[in-house]
Design a binder for this molecule. Structure first.
Ligand SMILES: C[S@@+](CC[C@H](N)C(=O)[O-])C[C@H]1O[C@@H](n2cnc3c(N)ncnc32)[C@H](O)[C@@H]1O
Length: 232
């Protein structure tokens, strides 16, 4: 049976998992990511976890179907509550809201170990997630964007490193995204669009100072995009 392809979003997450890692995929649902990595011999072990039994049943069916039960096990767990520090080097949390991810990271003290890697792919609230990561001492080592079915997604590779965890005013909005790829530029344009809308709201409420702060951030992002487009 030919191995299925991961979509652009999960393929980006997979590219951030270290070869031979012990993986935890939190909120695994169908378990496509751990199954795909196990099938390619790219992980030595994986815990595919979910907070709900229904998705975990889907995960079990796919693990059986693709015969990777010797590498991938399932676990009913809220966030990382049911997974121990010795079980995972690389932890993927993909396809959830950024606030939920921030909460899962915040309440898992064993992630504060520079050897661990977190791969986070938020569907919403990436700005709040980056702020929370910085507050908790996590640095973003790499961040990239991917396209899937006409939508754009970002994924960030993070590690505990308090000395490198915070940045300038731009950081929560951009993280380590660059304008070098069309996908990166599309994500950055989405950020400038949102900032523009918030600026208008703040001006409407008479909050000139805050609106000005956001407009400075927006203009810096617009310059990043324009500079890259000029470069060609
Ligand atoms: C949209 S699916 C994402 C599936 C897969 N990770 C992906 O990116 O394609 C979100 C999954 O996260 C699970 N989930 C939500 N909150 C969770 C939590 N606190 N702990 C573990 N799993 C959670 C849901 O049950 C659901 O199966």
């Amino acid at each position: 049976m030919r191995l299925f392809s991961l979509g652009g979003r999960l393929a980006l997450c997979a590219s951030m998992v270290r070869p031979g890692a012990a993986l935890a995929d939190v909120g695994t649902d169908h378990a496509y990511l751990p199954v795909w990595l196990a099938k390619r011999g790219a992980v030595r072990h994986a815990v595919a976890s979910d907070v709900r039994p229904g998705p975990l049943e889907r995960a079990k069916r796919n693990i059986e179907r693709w015969r990777v039960g010797d590498v991938v096990e399932t676990r009913l767990s809220d966030g990382l509550d049911g997974i121990g520090p010795g079980e995972a080097d690389d932890i993927v949390i993909a396809g959830m809201g950024g606030l939920m991810m921030a909460e899962i990271v915040r309440r898992t003290p064993w992630l504060k170990n520079g050897e661990k890697r977190l791969i986070l792919q938020p569907m919403t609230r990436a700005v709040d997630l980056r702020r929370s990561l910085a507050e908790e001492g996590f640095a973003i080592l790499r961040e990239d964007a991917a396209q899937e079915e006409g939508r754009y997604y970002t994924a960030m590779l993070c590690a505990y490193d308090p000395a490198r965890s915070s940045g300038n005013a731009l950081y929560p909005y951009v993280g380590r995204l660059t304008a070098e790829t069309p996908e990166g530029r599309a994500c950055l344009r989405r950020v400038t669009g949102r900032l523009r809308a918030r600026e208008a709201g703040l001006l409407h409420d008479g909050e000139q100072e805050k609106a000005l702060e956001l407009s400075r951030v927006r203009q810096q992002i617009e310059s990043m995009i324009a500079w890259q487009e000029q470069k060609g």
